[in-house]
Write a protein that binds this ligand. Structure first.
Ligand code: SAM
Length: 224
């Protein structure tokens, strides 16, 4: 029986790749990757020549059985996503569940992910937090926004730069002007930036701004 490793990859800064991640990827029989072009560049950068196989949200169901069979034949597989930790707002859950069903050992290496630095540096309580990932764009969005209002703990959202203002405005409408929020942008990259304040202040800040890069929104819980 082989094994599956979930291997985190940098979210912007190549220096965040761990020694262990490089070794495990080098030693694996094959690497499942969300985007083989992006991951090909990463593997080349670290002189890893393990073969890549596409594994993404559009083919994960269809290739699942053959991947499981390969691992069962004593092969070591790694799963990587475009950035950060696989299975966190990225493909992975289905494969992990299927491996466990088949009694295949799964190990996730500690490493880069966007939510942890964003909450740790938010200035909001990190004692307990809720990770909501991406809000739905249409169906179910209002219900989720309403649920956020009652979250007692700090809440973390992933968001695209194009939707940032709209999301902040909707949050302000539902959670009120004074709820505190922190917006983390471009974590670990050259233009890393945090904007902290109330929802009203951040709506004002981003009102006429063109926002670029990757975003994590951290919202104060309603018990703080
Ligand atoms: N698996 C990844 C992780 O462990 O964080 C998340 C993948 S999800 C498809 C991509 C989202 O993560 C982005 O839209 C953004 O919300 C967040 N993200 C990824 N890299 C980031 C960065 N460098 N700075 C801020 N947010 C980032």
């Amino acid at each position: 029986m082989g094994k599956l490793f979930l291997v985190p990859t940098p979210i912007g800064n190549m220096e965040d790749m761990t020694f262990r991640a490089v070794r495990v990827l080098k030693e694996a029989d094959f690497v499942l990757a969300e985007d083989t072009r992006t991951s090909g560049n990463l593997l080349r950068h670290f002189e890893i020549d393990t073969k890549l196989q596409p594994f993404h949200q559009y083919n994960e169901h269809s290739v699942l059985e053959s991947v499981i069979n390969r691992i069962k034949a004593a092969k070591t597989a790694c799963l990587i996503s475009d950035a950060g930790t696989p299975a966190i707002s990225d493909p992975g859950y289905l494969l992990v569940r299927e491996c466990l069903k088949n009694e295949i050992q799964v190990e996730c290496l500690p490493g880069a992910t966007a939510l942890i630095p964003a909450v740790a540096c938010s200035g909001l309580s990190c004692e307990k937090f809720i990770f909501e990932g991406f809000l739905p764009h249409k169906k179910g969005r209002n219900t989720r926004l309403q649920q956020l209002k009652d979250n007692a703990y700090t809440t973390i959202l992933y968001e695209s730069p194009f939707r940032l203002l709209k999301t902040l405005e909707q949050l302000k409408e539902v959670l009120g002007d004074d709820r505190k929020v922190s917006v983390a942008r471009e974590l670990s990259k050259m233009f890393e930036e945090y904007s902290r304040g109330t929802l009203a202040e951040l709506c004002e800040l981003y009102k006429d701004k063109t926002v670029k890069g990757e975003i994590v929104i951290v919202i104060e819980g309603n018990e703080n």
